[in-house]
Write a protein that binds this ligand. Sequence first.
Ligand code: GLU
Length: 473
Amino acid sequence: MIRTRFAPSPTGPLHLGGARTALFSWLHARHHGGRFILRIEDTDRQRSTTAFESTILEALQWLGLHADEGPFRQSERGERYRETMERLLAEGHAYRCYCTPGELEQMRARAIQRDEKPRYDRSCRQGSARAGNDRPHVLRFCNPLDGELCIVDQVLGELRYHNRELDDFIIARTDGSPTYNFTVVVDDMDMAVTDVIRGADHMNNTPRQVNLYQALGWETPRYAHVPLILGTDNAPLSKRRSDTDILHHRDAGYLPEALLNSLARLGWSYGDQELFTPEELIRLFRLERVQRSAARFDPEKLRHINRQHLKRSSSDKLSADLVKRLRALDLDPGAGPPLNRLVEVLRERFCTLGEMAAAAECYYRDPEHYEAAAAARFLNNSGLEHLRALQPRLTALHDWQAPALHELLSATATELRVGFGKLAQPLRVALCGSAVSPPIDITLSLLGRKSCLRRLQRALQQCDPKREEAGAP
Ligand code: GLU
């Protein structure tokens, strides 16, 4: 059975790159009816925090990348690591290294001077005069001194490494804490992981880990190193940029299925198909179709894909989300148009739920001011004149549905001998404060008769000095 895992370090929030790795591991497991394991790699006590762990779990939960096993935490597996270190020591596959940071620094400097790759010179490998358990030391792995390794990567193909290029890496620090290259092997083995899918930035670690598997007499998993993700500027997407944070995308109003769709397309494709549901991804995803070269993330493309998913989502689901967003804007969702109708209108026009909520505001709150440019252009003398002509007609209309409203506006424009826009635009600014809104008849019907008449009256009052002077209401 296929068993994959996602093994984030809780040293930052879940970002796009991490989520893409999680997605590919999850898809590979789901496609093959296997199991997906979640493991928190928190041995770096200095940089790991439980707050980051919680945000990572929250982001995975929101994306729907649910684990079948875990989360396991490396911080809870110390006993198992110690036992394995003891075994490596006893079997001659690891040794204590007493070299001081100063000595290691000198070693580095000498290597650089000789134009060689700086690496540990193995001076403690055959035993050290300073040996003794109580003296500060690290544990190093006895990497084979010669020979070659061939790893068949499921994405990158055949990769060859010379053992003489690899050094005796540290498996336990001076304080006894285990390092990543060691824990990852023990964990993947104990968790019976069959396929290690991770970012190409880990490729250099893989031969070291494979040697460790061999020393322990364990079977190595299959590997798949997925390509790096670049931004539109061709620089690698940094973990630290807040605009790559998954929860930031949730808060901005992206749908989890749109994000999964976009992430899947970073390095994987299926013909020219652009839109995928999570179910389709599970059915179609194959590791062999993952490309070798770096993938490029384009936020504009994500917006486009989100828009397509918004169009396909049920309006009940979108309404429920919109309610929360309206409340966060201090608006009463019950004090506006029917939510399902509002959703139908807005989802045709916007790319995110955040934008939909912002655009919805005008249906709940009278405009506090009129945008200066829009007011200057449309609430000028002629605009106001048209609105004054329109006001009694609108007041007399009782069928407040879009078709009747449209008809009334058309008839009024014809009578005034002006184009439809010359009437619609001033009205839009009067009602919404800006010259941008869905079609005017829809805006009128969504707002309702009472609000429209009130807002129109207010605009005429506020913008027309003559009426004010005359003491008009
Ligand atoms: N903890 C590692 C990271 O966050 C992942 C290691 C792995 O997948 O082997 O980059």
